[in-house]
Design a protein around this ligand. Structure first.
Ligand code: ADP
Length: 467
C-alpha cells in the first residue's frame, strides 16, 4: 500500500474512532439525564397526588376521580394506583381493576419510602406518603414519549453526522496525505532519472527544511561520493593500463630494434639491461596493484594477530636498507641508507607496543613509508619515532628530503597520483593509497605534514586493539 493511502487511512480511522467515542458518550449521557429527569418528575407527581388526597386525616380519592375526569392527563399513558398501608387498592385510573401490584413491591415501598424502576413500557415510581396519622402508597407509571423521541432524533442526527464526518475525513485525509507525500513523490521521480551515465553533476531538489529536504541533501552528498568513486574507478583503470602499456611498449620497441639487424655484444647488453629495468618496473607495478586489491578486501578476510610494532619497524628498516644499499659502495653519490628508530618514552610493558593487526599488511605499510622516505630524501636517512597512549600507538616516519607541494598534499593518497616534484624518482603512485587502505583496515589514521624542499613527516596512529 502506498504511503499516502496509509497516512490517509490511519488519519481517517483515528479521527473516526475519536468522533464515534464522543457521539456514543453524548448519547449515553443524554439518555441518563432523560431517565433521571423523568423519574424525578414521576416522583413529584406521586407525592403531589398523595398530598392532594389526604385531607383532615382522611383519604379522599373522590377528589382524584373528579380531577381525573375533568383534567387532561399531562403524562403519556399515565397510570395511578393508590393503596392504603394494608395494601387495599383505594384508587386506580385504569379500567382494568384486575391489575394488582405485587406485594413484594408494596413491601419494599413501605419499608424504604420510595421505589423507581425503568421498564420496557415506561417508568414506574412508587412513594410511601404519610400526612398526620394517614399513610398511602402511590404508584405512578408513565412512558416518556417526548424524551424517547428526542433521544431517537439525537441518534439519527449523530448517525448522519458520523456518515458526513467519515466522508469528509477520507477526502481531507487523502488531500493532506497527498500534500505531505508530494515532496517524496518528487524525489522518487528525480531519483528514477539517475543512472550511471548521468551521475556526474546530478543533484535532486527538495525544498524546505524538513526531513525530506534533509533526505534530499543526504542523497546529493551520496551521489557526489558515488560520482567521485566512479570517476576514481574510471581514472584508476585508465591510469593502470597506461602504466602497464608504457614499459611494455618500451620492451617491445627495444626488442624490435635488437632483432632488426645483428648488433655488437655491448649493444645487446645495453638493450637487455634496459629491458630488465622495464621488466622490474612492470613487476613492481603488478605487485603494487596486487597489494592495492588485497588492502581493499573486507577486514574479515584477514587474520589479525598481536604484532610488536617496534620489532616490525626494525625488520622493515633492515629490509629497506638492503633495498637502498649503494650500488657502488664508497662512491660520493651513494650514501649508505640509515633508518633511525627511537622511542619517545620508555615502554614499561610489552603490550604498550603491541597492535592487533595483520602482520603482512603492516609490513607493506611501513615498508612503503620507509621506502618513500629514503627514495625522496637527499641524505638517505629516515627518522622513525615510536610513541604510545593507553589506546593507540603513534609512529612518525620523517625525512629531510624534497618534501611535497602544498597543492599535492591532499591528493597523494589517491591511486596513481604522483607529486609534481617526484617525476625524476621511480614510482607508480600506488604506495600511499595502499598505506591508507591498510591503516583504515586497522581502524587507524594516517596524516602527512610536509614543507617542499625541507622534508616530510607521515604520522600513523594504530589502535592496540582492533574492535
Ligand atoms: P610513488 O612513491 O610510487 O610515487 P606513492 O603513492 O608512494 O607513490 O607516493 C605518492 C606521491 O607522494 C609521490 O609521488 C610523492 O610525490 C609523494 N611522496 C610520498 N612520500 C614522500 C616523501 N617521503 N617525500 C616526498 N614526497 C613524497
Amino acid at each position: 500500500m502506498k504511503i499516502k493511502y496509509k497516512i490517509a487511512l490511519s488519519y481517517s480511522i483515528s479521527a473516526f474512532v475519536l468522533l464515534n467515542t464522543f457521539a456514543i458518550l453524548a448519547y449515553y449521557f443524554s439518555a441518563q439525564s432523560r431517565k433521571a429527569e423523568y423519574l424525578e418528575r414521576l416522583e413529584y407527581r406521586a407525592r403531589s397526588i398523595a398530598n392532594v388526597i389526604i385531607e383532615d386525616d382522611r383519604v379522599k380519592v373522590d377528589l382524584l376521580r373528579k380531577l381525573d375526569k375533568t383534567t387532561f392527563q399531562d403524562l403519556y399513558k399515565e397510570t395511578i394506583l393508590v393503596y392504603n398501608p394494608a395494601y387495599d387498592l383505594l384508587y386506580s385510573n385504569i379500567k382494568d381493576t384486575a391489575i394488582r401490584t405485587s406485594r413484594h413491591l408494596l413491601d419494599y415501598i413501605k419499608k424504604n419510602g420510595e421505589y423507581s424502576h425503568e421498564r420496557d413500557n415506561g417508568e414506574l415510581v412508587g412513594v410511601y406518603y404519610t400526612e398526620g396519622k394517614v399513610s398511602v402508597i402511590v404508584l405512578v407509571t408513565s412512558f416518556d414519549k417526548y424524551g424517547f423521541q428526542n433521544l431517537q432524533n439525537l441518534r439519527q442526527i449523530l448517525l448522519i453526522e458520523m456518515i458526513v464526518a467519515v466522508i469528509l475525513l477520507v477526502v481531507v485525509g487523502y488531500f493532506f496525505a497527498r500534500r505531505m507525500v508530494r515532496p517524496i513523490d518528487n524525489l522518487v521521480t528525480q531519483v528514477q532519472t539517475i543512472n550511471a551515465n548521468n551521475l556526474q553533476g546530478t543533484t535532486v531538489h527538495a525544498k524546505g527544511r524538513d526531513e525530506i529536504a534533509q533526505l534530499g541533501a543526504n542523497f546529493n552528498t551520496m551521489l557526489k561520493r558515488l560520482s567521485n568513486s566512479f570517476d576514481l574507478q574510471k581514472s584508476f583503470v585508465s591510469n593502470a593500463s597506461h602504466e602497464l602499456r608504457t614499459p611494455l611498449a618500451s620492451i617491445i620497441s627495444q626488442l624490435q630494434v635488437a632483432l632488426s639487424k645483428e648488433r655488437s655484444k655491448e649493444v645487446y647488453q645495453d638493450i637487455l639491461a634496459s629491458v630488465l629495468e622495464d621488466a622490474q618496473h612492470l613487476s613492481d607495478l603488478s605487485n603494487g596493484l596486487l597489494q592495492l586489491a588485497q588492502s581493499g578486501l573486507d577486514e574479515q578476510q584477514f587474520v589479525f594477530t598481536e604484532v610488536r610494532i617496534d620489532e616490525l619497524l626494525l625488520d622493515m628498516g633492515n629490509l629497506i636498507k638492503l633495498k637502498h644499499a649503494p650500488a657502488a659502495p664508497g662512491t660520493e653519490a651513494y650514501k649508505t641508507p640509515r633508518v633511525d628508530i627511537r622511542f619517545l618514552k620508555v615502554p614499561e610493558l610489552d603490550t604498550e607496543l603491541i597492535c592487533e593487526g595483520n602482520e603482512s599488511l603492516l609490513k607493506v605499510l611501513f615498508l612503503n613509508l620507509l621506502d618513500n622516505a629514503l627514495k625522496f630524501s637527499s641524505d638517505n636517512t629516515v627518522y622513525v619515532t615510536i610513541d604510545f597512549t593507553p589506546t593507540n600507538i603513534h609512529v612518525q616516519v620523517k625525512d629531510t628530503g624534497i618534501g611535497i607541494a602544498t597543492e599535492d598534499l591532499e591528493k597523494i593518497f589517491e591511486p596513481f597520483y604522483r607529486g609534481t616534484n617526484s617525476h625524476q624518482v621511480r614510482g607508480h603512485g600506488l604506495g600511499l593509497s595502499i598505506c591508507k587502505r591498510i591503516v583504515l583496515l586497522h581502524k587507524g589514521q594516517i596524516s602527512v605534514e610536509s614543507v617542499e624542499g625541507q622534508g616530510t613527516t607521515f604520522t600513523i596512529i594504530l589502535p592496540h586493539r582492533h574492535q
